[in-house]
Design a protein around this ligand. Structure first.
Ligand SMILES: Cc1ncc(COP(=O)(O)O)c(C=O)c1O
Length: 400
């Protein structure tokens, strides 16, 4: 007989409330389908299909060989913080002090550390519906109160000053936006962003601007709110080496925060993650060099071509498209003409055609059943094939 003592599982309520990331379910199903030998076109995953640059690999392994495998300071390698400050100066004409930059393990940790620094239980946090899903979970973990503002194609799926004013209520402590955004790829113009920042400063609320898709914009130059003069001290920028820099697996991001928050972020970082991965930080030093940035620009152009190819192919297939995404690598598509259940639509589409896309459910509640996200993180031939297969799938459903 075993003498193991009986234990009753009792994990936290907060953990039990955390929602799964539904895209992982689709990804699991897609992988299972592939394992049966069926070809799958992956348009569900939100990461570049390109590998990270060889210069990153070389710099990281050289650092490791030289023994740079210990913790860096919590705020990050001083050389990397300086280099990012130069990067802002050179590319965005933004005056950013290295002291205001904190390097984090992915922007996920930047979001977590910043939200922990700001939210008291019961504080209201405004975000869009749809939005990047994890933000809602971070707020839940801190016992903040979510105020999700529904946004549609009418405002490019973004928040604006007018909406903020309309929805304003007592107790709002933080407003979060992303530009370009996930899942919609749309942006907020700089004058609008600044007007929102100023309105929130007057209301004594913080403004978190997620710029993690910053370099990936099309038909227009990349921008940062940090380039604006007279930026109020409520603005916090989130950024990452994951997307434009193609380093998802290296887990490296950063935040630019006002000086009053820096000692708090430092203390929180010391406890929450100690430091970002050291070899990754050495790799990132190289990815900010001129030659690497030139290679990344070629990749950006590839994403731009893919966006155009996907958009044009969908238009040719007579699909109604309500917005042309200006950045990131996503197209958020209203499928209400074909389905009222985006989850079932994605599952059936995957099983019948091998095209994997993400249901709107991951990104919120508002019209989530009638929206899907297509990621153009695969080549143009595959994108054209995918649209063809989607068209066939829809036609066959109509004829049933
Ligand atoms: C808008 C947005 N913010 C933050 C993240 C987190 O990315 P990472 O932790 O890789 O920097 C993602 C990832 O997809 C995202 O889409």
């Amino acid at each position: 007989m075993s003498n193991k003592i009986q234990f009753t599982p009792n994990p936290s309520i907060a953990a039990a409330c955390i929602q799964p990331f539904h895209v992982m379910k689709i990804l699991g199903e897609a992988k299972a389908l592939e394992a049966t030998g069926k070809p799958v076109i992956h348009m569900e995953i939100g990461e570049p299909d390109f590998a990270s640059l060889p210069c990153v690999h070389q710099a990281a392994s050289k650092a490791a060989e030289q023994g740079f495998t210990h913790y860096t300071p919590t705020m990050g390698l001083p050389a990397l913080r300086e280099k990012l400050a130069d990067f802002y100066h050179n590319f965005y004409h933004a005056k950013v002090d290295a002291c205001n930059i904190m390097i984090t393990p992915g922007s996920s940790s930047a979001l977590q550390v910043v939200l922990t620094a700001l939210i008291n239980p019961g504080d209201k946090v405004v975000l869009t519906d749809p939005a990047y899903p994890c933000n809602r979970q971070f707020v839940n973990l801190l016992h903040g109160e979510l105020l999700a503002i529904p946004v549609s194609h009418e405002t490019q799926y973004q928040l604006n000053l007018e909406q903020l004013k309309t929805h304003w209520q007592k107790g709002i402590k933080v407003v979060m936006v992303a530009s370009p955004a996930n899942p919609t790829g749309t942006i907020i113009e700089q004058p609008e962003l600044m007007a929102m920042a100023n309105f929130l400063a007057e209301k004594n609320a913080y403004f978190i601007v997620d710029e993690i898709y910053q370099g990936l914009v099309y038909d227009r130059p990349a921008e940062s709110i940090l380039a604006n003069n007279a930026l109020p001290d409520n603005v916090i920028v989130i950024n990452s080496f994951s997307k434009f820099f193609g380093m998802t697996g290296w887990r490296l991001g950063w935040t630019v925060a006002p000086s009053h928050l820096i000692p708090i972020l430092d203390r929180l970082g010391q406890n929450l993650f100690l430091a970002a991965p050291t070899p990754s930080q050495y790799g990132a030093l190289q990815v900010l060099e001129k030659d690497a940035l030139a290679e990344l620009e070629v990749r950006r152009q590839t994403f731009e071509k893919r966006r155009n190819t996907l958009y044009n192919a969908m238009q040719k297939a007579s699909f109604t498209l309500k917005t042309l995404p200006q950045g990131a690598f996503y197209l958020y598509w209203d499928i209400s003409e074909y389905s009222q259940d985006s989850q079932a639509f994605c599952s059936e589409l995957l099983n019948e055609t091998g095209v994997a896309i993400t249901p709107g459910k991951d990104f919120g509640d508002f019209n989530a059943n009638t929206h899907v996200r297509l990621a153009y993180t695969t080549d143009e031939t595959q994108l054209i094939k995918a649209v063809h297969l989607i068209k066939q799938f829809i036609d066959s459903k109509r004829n049933k």
